[in-house]
Ligand binder design. Structure first.
Ligand code: NAI
Length: 349
């Protein structure tokens, strides 16, 4: 793998590879940008097939965090730590202590937190070595499911904004929303939508979660493969990435796509395909920024109510993206990238 080329491709600032022989830790820390402030982004722990996969994932995820922070108006940049493999429970504490020591050497250029495969308890261990960590026990982000709830709240508000953009009315009454994935975010989202009078169609690979939504909200259930072709007003992807692709887009029967999942577009061209199909796409990293907004609020010393108010700004950001898309005749995904890049270029030397 050509490391410099990979960094240049994503315009990443710094790539740090660390290994600790005692614990067996091998971690890639990618810092995409600190132009707006310290790089935020959780620590993912995963069995990557190759080292190259881990490095590419870290670079890609860090860039996504930069764009998410920039478009949301946060004074933070983007980074990501990717720990290779899964240590057994015996070594786990040593691994995260070593990670904390490496993060400390970066002197605040990167602040870590939880992501796929890591837990609040892991972050408590990191905390023993560095203050540059969020999601520790007792923190706002790690209390209950506040982060997931705020992500769902942001998505719900973004749906209202999208309805307004689409037909000039943001009422959810008689609006049908198809929710893909009833995990932490998807289940909070269903609660908001049901409370606002929306009709729900739901799917999940976990049958119990589907049964719960049917019972609690009177939702109609469909097989996971059939969610794309459902007749609905809004399709809300809240499970996997890359689900908007050559095979699914032609099936869609919705007017709006607004959901929490990261990296919904398989490729950039799929944003253009949605635009050409007349489907209003709420760019994922704009509408799902509730979690990172809460993290930033906590780092800035704000409490829950201020964090919640800051999540409410997602509506205005989305509106700016939609206006730019219309006035420039470009896809909403491209308009979001442009807005993020404008904010970044204003602070670059
Ligand atoms: P989760 O892991 O709690 O829930 C995901 C759900 O999707 C699970 O119920 C799972 O069974 C279901 N699922 C998996 N494959 C599926 C398939 N093929 N069809 C239908 N359902 C399927 O995850 P969480 O936290 O709710 O996050 C959902 C999405 O939102 C993820 O893409 C995540 O990266 C993104 N996100 C989450 C944030 C958070 O605060 N939790 C913040 C920003 C983005």
């Amino acid at each position: 793998m050509e490391l410099w080329k990979a960094m240049e491709l994503d315009n990443a600032e710094q790539l740090v590879l660390c290994q600790d022989r005692n614990s067996g830790l091998k971690v890639v820390i990618a810092i995409h940008s600190t132009s707006l402030g310290p790089a935020l982004g959780g620590c993912r722990m995963w069995d990557y097939a190759t080292e190259e996969d881990a490095i590419r994932d870290a670079l890609r995820l860090a860039k996504g965090m930069t764009y998410k922070c920039a478009v949301s108006g946060l004074s933070y940049g983007g980074g990501k730590a990717v720990v290779m493999g899964r240590p057994d429970s015996f070594r786990r504490k040593d691994v995260f202590r070593a990670l904390g020591r490496f993060i400390e050497t970066l002197r605040g250029r990167y602040v870590t937190g939880i992501d796929l495969g890591t837990t609040v308890q892991d972050m408590d261990v990191v905390r023993l070595e560095t203050g540059y960590v969020t999601d520790t026990t007792g923190s706002l982000c790690a209390t209950g499911d506040f982060t997931a709830e705020m992500t769902a709240y942001g998505v719900f508000l973004g749906m209202n904004q999208s309805l307004m953009q689409d037909n000039g009315s943001n009422t959810m009454a008689n609006i049908t929303v198809a929710v893909q994935g009833l995990g932490k975010v998807g289940s909070f989202l269903c609660r908001y939508l049901h409370g606002a009078g929306a009709r729900l169609i739901v799917t999940d690979v976990d049958d119990q979660r589907v049964r719960n939504a049917v019972q609690q909200y009177g939702a109609a259930a469909v097989h996971p493969d059939h969610i794309y072709a459902c007749a609905c007003d809004i399709f809300a992807p809240c499970a996997l990435g890359a689900i908007l692709n050559d095979s699914t887009i032609p099936q869609l029967q919705c007017r709006i796509i607004a959901g929490a999942a990261n990296n919904q577009l398989a490729e950039e061209k799929h944003g253009i395909m949605l635009n050409d199909a007349g489907i209003l796409y709420a760019p994922d990293y704009v509408i799902n920024a509730g979690g990172i907004i809460v993290t930033a609020a906590e780092l800035n010393g704000y409490d829950e109510s201020i964090a919640r108010r800051q999540v409410e700004r997602i509506s205005a950001t989305l509106s700016t993206v939609y206006q730019a898309s219309l006035s420039e005749g470009i896809a909403t995904s491209a308009a979001a990238d442009k807005l993020a890049e404008q904010r970044l270029s204003r602070v670059l030397p």
